[in-house]
Design a protein around this ligand. Structure first.
Ligand code: FES
Length: 90
């Protein structure tokens, strides 16, 4: 919780910045709200750390046929159900 009621007060990006300064990381795998994952990727980008975002849009058929889970990754249209759900978030 951002208000600190579950531990640390602040955003996950604040904790990530602290960890990046004290630990060596090779990979950050983020799961959660899209804007949070985007902000996390922006924090790791200057460090050159491989960052994975796990997307979970609404899925209907799970086969790539309905188009419901369509996302644009690096300018390419992809389907989260068959191409993901984990994508590079450079
Ligand atoms: S759930 Fe239908 S294309 Fe992915």
């Amino acid at each position: 919780m951002d208000d600190g009621s579950k531990g640390k007060k602040g955003f996950v990006t604040d904790v990530l910045k602290e960890l990046l300064q004290s630990l060596r990381m090779d990979l950050v795998h983020s799961v959660g709200p899209v804007l949070m994952m985007k902000a996390g990727a922006e924090v790791t980008r200057p460090y050159g750390i491989k960052t994975i975002a796990s997307l979970n849009p609404i899925m209907i058929d799970g086969t790539g046929m309905c188009g419901c889970c369509r996302v644009i990754i690096g300018g390419r249209m992809m389907f989260t159900c068959v191409d993901g759900p984990d994508f590079d978030a450079p």
